[in-house]
Design a binder for this molecule. Structure first.
Ligand code: HEC
Ligand code: HEC
Length: 218
């Protein structure tokens, strides 16, 4: 009953938004809903770099996708295809998928719960301790807030807001943070300032820490 009571004002707001926004924005605001069964066929072409069930293939740089929300995955594909996010491999692949196919393949990977890919780094105990501290507490001397504030406890993800990091490949996490630092990855209004405060040692510690959580999360 609660949802019913809530859905009316939300529907009214949506309608207002629809009337007010130009068509280009509408397309992004209302992506088609995805069909995981149709997505499975498309996902066969992603296997080489993301694994058959989205477990990720760190050696290729392909991140883990399994269990990431469909909204997050579809948004990233959309960002690649409209040029907001660029990567030599993924930009070309995403441009080959229309919005429906992007939604379908996103729905497929969101529904997967795959075993973890082999670890790509062997962290020292000091790195794990530093990664855990930055994740849970942050570092006031660098004005760096805890990653968990946005990414959920130990990077388990906040549905509809931020992707999970627990169990993500260290190679990919480090590369994403470096791209924000250099500006090569421009879509990070929130991550930009975080990345600027991380030096190479902290990037190595955080990426190794999150990867190590793969065995007990997601
Ligand atoms: C040849 C290797 C390769 C293939 C094939 C490939 N990918 Fe990727 N994918 C990558 C790499 C490398 C990245 C990381 C790029 C970056 O840093 O932006 C990536 C990133 C992504 C991301 C962003 C993940 C995130 O956490 O932000 C999504 C979503 C994605 N790929 C979906 C797909 C889908 C769907 C397919 C198949 C239709 C596919 N990829 C095929 C290599 C590949
Ligand atoms: C203020 C909120 C916020 C904080 C704090 C934050 N993040 Fe993020 N992060 C986000 C959002 C939102 C995204 C996804 C959207 C985007 O790509 O900008 C993201 C994305 C990421 C990604 C990319 C994941 C992927 O699958 O592509 C990485 C890696 C990451 N964050 C690492 C970190 C680390 C490490 C910390 C702590 C040092 C941290 N974040 C702190 C909001 C935050």
């Amino acid at each position: 009953m609660k949802t019913l009571a809530l859905s009316r004002p939300i529907a009214a707001l949506r309608l207002l938004a629809l009337l007010a926004l130009p068509c280009t924005v509408l397309a992004a605001e209302n992506p088609p809903s995805g069909d995981a069964a149709r997505g499975a066929t498309i996902a066969a072409t992603c296997q080489g770099c993301h694994g058959a069930h989205g477990e990720g293939v760190p050696a290729t740089g392909g991140p883990r996708l399994a269990g990431q929300t469909a909204e997050y995955l579809a948004t990233q594909l959309h960002n690649y295809s409209d040029g907001r996010r660029t990567n030599p491999i993924m930009s070309a692949i995403a441009k080959g998928l229309d919005a429906q196919k992007q939604a379908d393949v996103a729905a497929f990977f969101a529904a997967q719960s795959a075993p973890y890919a082999a670890r790509s780094v062997q962290p020292t105990p000091e790195q794990l301790a530093r990664g855990r501290l930055l994740t849970r507490v942050g570092d006031e001397s660098k004005q760096l807030q805890a990653c968990a504030n946005c990414h959920g406890p130990d990077g388990s993800g906040e549905p509809y807001a931020t992707p999970y990091l627990a169990g993500q490949s260290a190679v990919y996490i480090a590369s994403a943070i470096r791209e924000w630092k250099t500006g090569a990855r421009p879509s990070g209004a929130l991550m930009g300032p975080v990345a600027q405060r991380l030096d190479d040692q902290d990037i190595a510690a955080l990426s190794a820490y999150f990867e190590s959580l793969g065995d007990n999360a997601h």
